[in-house]
Design a protein around this ligand. Structure first.
Ligand code: SF4
Length: 132
């Protein structure tokens, strides 16, 4: 087994602009039930785990028709799973996305820490107690 090489800076830069990654960032944590709504629920799972020498085109094409591909890719990047097709991406594509993802999630976390109480808490202080 060969070790996967680290993605190069230009690959990470391209991943940051990839619409699939941008969609995953905007849809992460929005849909806990995404698995039950995936197109792959009605397809042979083997389709999504082609051998490294086999094309992943069929799986990627199915994912592109799937309503939950953003949440699915977000999950794969959170887990760091690099096997199979998730959210219309191949393992190779996700290697660069993973570097971009972790950097963005870290920046988001730092921004939240500096932003004071979560928005929900701020809103609760504005809602009268008897209506909660
Ligand atoms: S994006 Fe692909 S792998 Fe993910 S739930 Fe949809 S069909 Fe399944």
């Amino acid at each position: 087994m060969t070790r996967a090489r680290m993605p190069r800076p230009h690959e990470v830069a391209a991943a940051r602009r990839d619409p699939r990654l941008l969609r995953a960032l905007s849809e992460r944590q929005l849909d806990d039930a995404w698995r039950t709504r995936g197109v792959c629920q009605s397809v042979d799972p083997e389709t999504f785990f082609p051998a490294p020498s086999e094309p992943a085109d069929a799986a990627v094409a199915l994912c592109r028709t799937c309503d939950v591909q953003g949440a699915c890719l977000a999950w794969a990047l959170e887990v760091g799973d690099c096997h199979g097709v998730w959210g219309a991406t191949t393992p190779r594509e996700r290697r660069a996305m993973l570097v971009a993802w972790r950097g963005q999630v870290q920046r988001d976390g730092e921004a939240m820490e500096g932003a004071g109480p979560p928005v929900r808490d701020q809103l609760l202080t504005l809602v009268p107690l008897h209506t909660r």
